[in-house]
Design a protein around this ligand. Structure first.
Ligand SMILES: O=C(O)CCC(=O)C(=O)O
Ligand SMILES: [Fe+2]
Length: 290
């Protein structure tokens, strides 16, 4: 059974399969028919790659025309977006009482990572946008729930961060971080001509071990230690961001910026992001990592 609630934001969206099939390539990815033979294969493929590499990518998830419309829509919103100036962020902003006596732990926790890009926030994205239709479409939410193997999954209710888009120009980078949950899904809308690759260390930490030595090796030598995800405009990516340290590598020389849409879900129905993080995004507070 579908265990989803819809936010009032979805009012006005046309959720018919015919309309959604013009946005999502449902012929290739029958997420609305997961009980069919091809639906089961799709789910199994996602499970296998999440299990083996903590990430799964679906190329061509968005139809080419929908990619163009979304690129245009986000580019039009760019002047309203929030700019993160590059204020390098610590790996972990708060002290960890358990690591107080470990030099390595403190060194890794205090390491700073560049971080800059433009971000379009949830409330700036119109209710009738196609990205919001994807984000809230019950079969899409249920598909993610099943990929994640969780009992319940809800679109985040955060007015700021439920659905966002990040736009990265030459020199911009999304610094090393963990996500506060495993419910983040990204949809690349435009790749930069150079740089801007998403890279990560699959499940580098566990709930019982922060693995500071592994993190140090990763930060010192990402070329060798990190895994990169092949992404094109239209690729949907799932990854275990809560325990897989990840970043977007600096964008190199490019005419077109990298544009990504970010969907946040949670197993709790009323998940909101922390006040301090929201304040930081609005430029009211600095240096808080997720
Ligand atoms: O831009 C991406 O591909 C990943 C973004 C990300 O990690 C995040 O917003 O938490
Ligand atoms: Fe992230």
């Amino acid at each position: 059974m579908l265990k989803t609630i819809l936010s009032p934001n979805h009012i006005g969206a046309d959720f018919s399969v015919e309309v959604m099939n013009e946005i999502i390539d449902l012929d290739r990815y029958p997420i609305h028919e997961l009980k069919s033979k091809s639906g089961k294969v799709l789910l199994e493929t996602c499970h296998n790659s999440l299990d083996s590499s903590a990430a799964s990518s679906l190329h061509g998830f968005l139809r080419p025309d929908a990619i163009e419309r979304a690129q245009l829509a986000m580019t039009e919103l760019l002047p309203k977006s929030y700019r993160f100036p590059n204020v390098p962020r610590k790996t972990f902003p708060f002290p960890d009482p358990n690591s107080a006596n470990s030099l390595l732990a403190n060194e890794v926790r205090d390491m700073k990572h560049d971080n800059s890009n433009n971000q379009i926030l949830n409330y700036q994205i119109p209710n009738n946008s196609e990205l919001r239709a994807i984000f809230l479409w019950p079969p899409f939410v249920d598909f993610i729930r099943q990929v994640r193997r969780v009992e319940t999954l809800f679109p985040s209710q955060c007015p700021h961060l439920a659905l966002t888009s990040k736009i990265a120009f030459e020199g911009d980078t999304d610094g090393w971080h963990y996500d506060p949950n495993d419910g983040v899904v990204t949809l690349l809308l435009q790749q930069s001509e150079t740089g801007g690759e998403f890279e990560y260390a699959p499940n580098i930490r566990s709930d019982s071990d922060e693995n500071y030595s592994g993190l140090k090796r990763l930060f010192d030598n990402p070329e060798k230690e990190a895994r990169r995800v092949v992404q094109y405009a239209g690729t949907l990516v799932f990854f275990n961001g809560r325990n897989s340290m990840h970043r977007v590598r600096p964008v190199g020389p490019t005419v077109k910026p990298r544009i990504v849409a970010i969907f946040s879900y949670d197993s709790r129905s009323s998940q909101l992001f922390g006040e301090s993080y929201v304040r930081m995004i609005h430029g009211l507070q600095q240096g808080v990592a997720t």
